[in-house]
Design a protein around this ligand. Structure first.
Ligand SMILES: [Zn+2]
Length: 93
């Protein structure tokens, strides 16, 4: 069974680039558990690809923040927007 629509909070350390990049958002919003964050940073110390990806991501967030002029961009400002009902056209196979 594939369950890609709403991944649960990860509590295993990232082992590869894919899992590291999937944790970027949590890392930047400081929601990672300390152990995970340590493993995350350890990977960044070894992997230039992920490090540059993180820097790009940070810049994007800073630009978005400046553009919106809001302190937190990770929280939905309007719960009535019906975002959760949006259908993805993809079916996992
Ligand atoms: Zn990597």
């Amino acid at each position: 069974m594939l369950n890609q629509s709403a991944p649960p909070k990860t509590n295993t350390p990232p082992k590869n680039c894919r899992s590291v990049t999937s944790l970027l958002l949590d890392y930047l919003s400081e929601e990672l558990q300390p152990e995970i964050a340590v493993a995350f940073e350890a990977h960044l110390g070894q992997c230039r690809d992920c490090l540059s990806f993180l820097n790009t991501y940070k810049k994007t967030i800073e630009m978005t923040r400046a553009f919106l002029s809001e302190p937190s961009i990770f929280q939905a400002s309007s719960p009535k927007s019906g975002y959760s009902q949006e259908k993805t056209g993809k079916e996992p196979r």
